[in-house]
Design a protein around this ligand. Structure first.
Ligand code: CA
Length: 438
C-alpha cells in the first residue's frame, strides 16, 4: 500500500538524505544490524539507513524520539521484528519516518539529539541482518534457465516442468555472509570427461549470480500452506544476493540431486533490508507469458498478484580486477537486469514453497535465482555473459575474463525508479575473490 511514507515531497533533517544519488532517502528507510567498527566488542543493534547515516533505533527509542512501544525489537538481529505481524512493521516505518522528517514535532526533537542517535555509515560494520534458519534458491528467470539449459542440453534447453513449477533447491544458510566479506576460492571435484577420473582442486570456473533475496517475516505453521493471495503477509523485505557458483564443480555433481558444493561455499547478501512496504511504488504486473505457455495453475494464480505482484528493480553488476584497482580504473559494468523479467512472482514462490505444508519462519531467506532478461546485456552471471567461457569479456585494463580470477571484486547495485516517486536503492553487495587454500 502506498501511503504518506512514500511521498516524494518528504524532507528530512538529515541533509545527506537529499543527495540525488543516495540509495537511502527518507522514502526508503531500510533496516539493518550494525555496530561501531572501532569500538572493541561493540554490541550489534538495529538501525535504519538514512542518507550517509544510520539511525540507532534503540538510542532514539530510549531518548523518547521514536513514537510507539518497541521493547525487545532492536537487538542483535531483525528476527524479533520479523516475527511481529506486518501491521507492526508498517507502524515502525511510519514512526521512523516521522522521527526523521524535518516538519514534525518529533522530528525537531530528534534533530536536537542527532549526535546521540545518528552514526556515520563509514563508522559502522553491518552483519547479515537476521539469523537465517533456512535458505532456498529459486530459478525464476526464464532467460537464465533457457540460456544455461541450452549449454548443457542443446536439444532440450528448458525442461518440461519449468513453466508449471517455480523450480528451487534448498540451499545452505551457514555460509551466508554480508557484503564486503572476502571469498576464498573453493575446492571440489570436477569431471565429466568419458573414462577420465575427476580432478580434485580449486575451482577454475568461479562465477557470481545476481539475484534478489527475499526476507521472510511471520511464517506459517507446519502443515498449513500459504495461499498465493496471502503471501504478502510473509514478505518482510528484499536485499541483493550473490549466489557464488563454481561451474566446474556444479556441472559434475548436479545430477541427480541438484547443486551441492558448487554453491554451498558462500552466498553474499547486501546488509540493508529494503522493506516490502518501501517497495510498494515499484511493483509491476507479473510477466506476460508467451501465447503457447500454460497459465499458472490455480494455486499459483491470484488476480492482484497477476496485476502487481512482480517487482521492477534494476540490478547492475560491476567487476574490478586487481590490475584495474592498481591502475585506478573504476569498476566496469558487466550487466544490467530487471526483476520484472522473472517468470514467477515472489508470492508464487512462497505459495509453491509452502503448498505441501513446509513451514517458513522469520529470518528465512529466498533467492529469486539469477536475474537475466532476453537481451545480452541483461545476463546476470559470467556463465551466460561469456557463454560458458567461449566468448571472453574484455575489461578496460585489456584483461580477458571467462570466469572470475583471484583479486576480482564483484559489485552488485540495485535501483528502483518510477515516475512520480523518489528513487531508492539497496546499497552495495560486494565480494573479492581470495586465493584458494594451498
Ligand atoms: Ca542461483
Amino acid at each position: 500500500m502506498i501511503n504518506a511514507t512514500h511521498d516524494p515531497g518528504l524532507r528530512s533533517w538529515v541533509e545527506s538524505a537529499h543527495a540525488e544519488a543516495t540509495d537511502f532517502p527518507i522514502q526508503n528507510l531500510p533496516l539493518g544490524v550494525f555496530r561501531l567498527r572501532h569500538r572493541h566488542r561493540d554490541r550489534w543493534r538495529v538501525g535504519v539507513a538514512i542518507g550517509s547515516q544510520v539511525l540507532d533505533c534503540a538510542a532514539a527509542d530510549s531518548l523518547g524520539v521514536l513514537p510507539g512501544v518497541w521493547d525487545g525489537l532492536f537487538g542483535s538481529s531483525l528476527n524479533a521484528l520479523m516475527a511481529e505481524p506486518p501491521e507492526r512493521w508498517s507502524a515502525l516505518r511510519a514512526a521512523v519516518s516521522s522521527t526523521l522528517r524535518s516538519d514534525t514535532a518529533i522530528g525537531r526533537q530528534a534533530a536536537a539529539h542527532a549526535a546521540e542517535i545518528l552514526v556515520p555509515q563509514e563508522d559502522v560494520q553491518l552483519r547479515v541482518p537476521a539469523d537465517v534458519g533456512d535458505y532456498t534458491d529459486f530459478y525464476a528467470s526464464l532467460a537464465h534457465a533457457t540460456n544455461v539449459g541450452s549449454m548443457f542440453r542443446p536439444d532440450q534447453p528448458l525442461l518440461p516442468n519449468y513453466k508449471w513449477i517455480p523450480i528451487a533447491y534448498h540451499g545452505r544458510a551457514s555460509s551466508i555472509v554480508p557484503s564486503g566479506t572476502g571469498l576464498r576460492r573453493p575446492a571440489g571435484q570436477a569431471g565429466g570427461e568419458p573414462a577420465v577420473p575427476p580432478v580434485v582442486g580449486a575451482t577454475r570456473r568461479l562465477d557470481y549470480e545476481a539475484e534478489l533475496g527475499l526476507w521472510i517475516g511471520g511464517g506459517n505453521a507446519l502443515g498449513t500452506p500459504i495461499p498465493v493471495g496471502a503471501a504478502g503477509r510473509v514478505l518482510f523485505g528484499a536485499c541483493l544476493l550473490n549466489d557464488w557458483s563454481a561451474r566446474d564443480i556444479q556441472a559434475w555433481e548436479y545430477q541427480p540431486l541438484g547443486p551441492f558444493l558448487g554453491k554451498n561455499f558462500a552466498s553474499t547478501v547486501s546488509p540493508w533490508v529494503v522493506t516490502w512496504e518501501a517497495l510498494a511504488p515499484f511493483r509491476a504486473p507479473a510477466c506476460v507469458r508467451d501465447a503457447g505457455d500454460p497459465a499458472p495453475l490455480p494455486y499459483l494464480t491470484d488476480d492482484a498478484d497477476q496485476q502487481g505482484g512482480a517487482l521492477d528493480i534494476r540490478i547492475d553488476v560491476f567487476l574490478q580486477s586487481a590490475t584495474m584497482r592498481d591502475q585506478g580504473i573504476p569498476p566496469f559494468r558487466l550487466s544490467s537486469g530487471r526483476t520484472a523479467d522473472l517468470y514467477w512472482t515472489p508470492a508464487q514462490m512462497v505459495a509453491h514453497h509452502t503448498m505441501g505444508g513446509c513451514n517458513l519462519r522469520p529470518g528465512d531467506l529466498l533467492g529469486t535465482g539469477t536475474v537475466s532478461g532476453p537481451s545480452r546485456e541483461s545476463r546476470g552471471c559470467l556463465l551466460e555473459l561469456t557463454w560458458r567461457g567461449t566468448e571472453p569479456l574484455r575489461l578496460p585494463s585489456g584483461e580477458e575474463r571467462r570466469f572470475l580470477e583471484d583479486g576480482d571484486e564483484v559489485v552488485m547495485r540495485a535501483r528502483c525508479e518510477r515516475e512520480g516517486y523518489r528513487s531508492i536503492g539497496f546499497g552495495d553487495c560486494t565480494g573479492t575473490i581470495l586465493p584458494a587454500v594451498p
